[in-house]
Design a protein around this ligand. Structure first.
Ligand SMILES: [Mg+2]
Length: 380
């Protein structure tokens, strides 16, 4: 099948975020701290950053979680519903922005669980949409026949009737590693059904994406064909709003889902079926706990603990520090023990007291205050 050779091969394969993390060689020769009885999950947007700007003393706060040699002292992860770039790229970006050494294993994005669908779609034609490079993200996870929705739409003449008015998209329909026109593979895409669609990150061109996704989903995977069985649709998250650089919250992936669902249900005889990942789903917190255990075992002194595995011990407390009550706090509440929720006032939540619908265990102004509280409570 020719299609197989089209799709991008990530030069970074192997940087899997859920792979067992090995600390840098230099850190393994340092004296290691004892195993931590607690861990921390930080949301990013509205807690650590607004856009690309650090907020709430985040850089100073995170530095306190490392020892004098820059070795991780307290296991922590970033648990974000954002994404659009591979975990290793996000880790590098966060390291530069925050001035601390973040490993890919510490970055859990909304789309990270998509890798668990690899067995089902590894060699199937799939379409990925969203800001950044959604197809590269999926390729990095191992999917071999993934096209961005930009690339996919470019195969179908006139699929977007207003494309000529979108000067910003006309020159950039090819992905980073492949170009359908150059590889003369349009005919394959035009005859093969899409097996699944993935909303990897916040869509950029809502109108075009709603149109093309409706075409894919109601036709059974091949735009222009008559109605067919809807292929599976996966969203990386379902946040209605999130805190970006603008003072007021911005519409998130959940808002896009509402728009797509509303339109689809008006033009199709079956309601839209979909699966949403990301916070507040409890399995996201379970996965974060597993990763925190692995981080803790990778960095702590395990002398005399040879039989310790990531599953064989538990934290006494895991802290979720977030700004969005309906996402971060609700998720931590649903996950239950040992999660303890801390709500900051630097993002979506701006109230004086506590959120009424999803009250946190603690409300603070900033992430720096949250870390202060955690370290003094844990006696660190
Ligand atoms: Mg947030």
């Amino acid at each position: 099948m020719r299609l197989r050779s089209v799709f991008r091969v990530s030069p970074f394969r192997g940087g899997a975020p859920f792979a067992s993390y090995k600390p840098p060689v230099s850190s393994r020769h340092q004296s290691r701290p004892n195993r931590s009885s607690f861990g921390i999950a930080f949301d990013v947007d509205g807690v650590i950053l607004r856009g690309r700007a650090r907020i709430g003393g985040s850089s100073q706060a995170l530095r306190r979680l490392y020892d004098d040699h820059g070795v991780l002292k307290v296991p922590f992860v970033f648990l974000t519903n954002g994404g659009g770039i591979p975990e290793f790229t996000r880790a590098l970006e966060l390291s530069q922005l925050l001035g601390v050494n973040i490993s890919p294993a510490q970055v859990l994005q909304g789309h990270s669980p998509f890798r668990n669908l690899l067995n089902r779609y590894e060699n199937e034609l799939i379409v990925a949409t969203g800001k950044g490079d959604p197809a590269l993200v999926m390729s990095e996870y191992g999917f071999k026949k993934v096209l961005s929705i930009d690339e996919y739409a470019s195969c179908f003449s006139n699929i977007d009737p207003v494309s000529q008015y979108k000067a910003w998209t006309n020159d950039n329909v090819c992905g980073q590693s492949s170009c359908l026109e150059d590889l003369k593979l349009k005919s394959d895409v035009l005859s093969e059904r899409v097996q699944a669609a993935f909303v990897v990150s916040d869509p950029v061109d809502w109108g075009r994406d709603i149109q093309v996704l409706c075409d894919i989903l109601r036709s059974g995977g091949l735009p222009g064909q008559s109605d067919g069985h809807q292929p599976p649709l996966y969203f990386a998250a379902d946040d209605l709003e999130y805190q970006a650089a603008f003072p007021m919250e911005r519409l998130g992936m959940g808002a896009f889902r509402v728009a797509l669902e509303s339109v689809f249900n008006r033009i199709h005889h079956h309601p839209l079926e979909y699966v949403s990942f990301g916070k507040p789903n409890p399995f996201v917190f379970d996965n974060a706990e597993t990763m925190l255990r692995q981080l803790s075992l990778s960095h702590c002194d395990v002398h005399g603990m040879d039989d310790v595995s990531p599953q064989s011990y538990s934290f006494s407390t895991l802290y979720m520090v977030g700004d969005n009550p309906s996402v971060d706090i609700k998720g931590a509440q649903q996950a239950g023990h040992p999660w303890f929720s801390i709500l900051t006032r630097t993002g979506v939540f701006k109230g004086e007291d506590n959120d009424t619908s999803f009250p946190a265990d603690l409300v603070v102004d900033t992430v720096e205050e949250a870390v202060d509280y955690i370290l003094s409570r844990e006696g660190s």
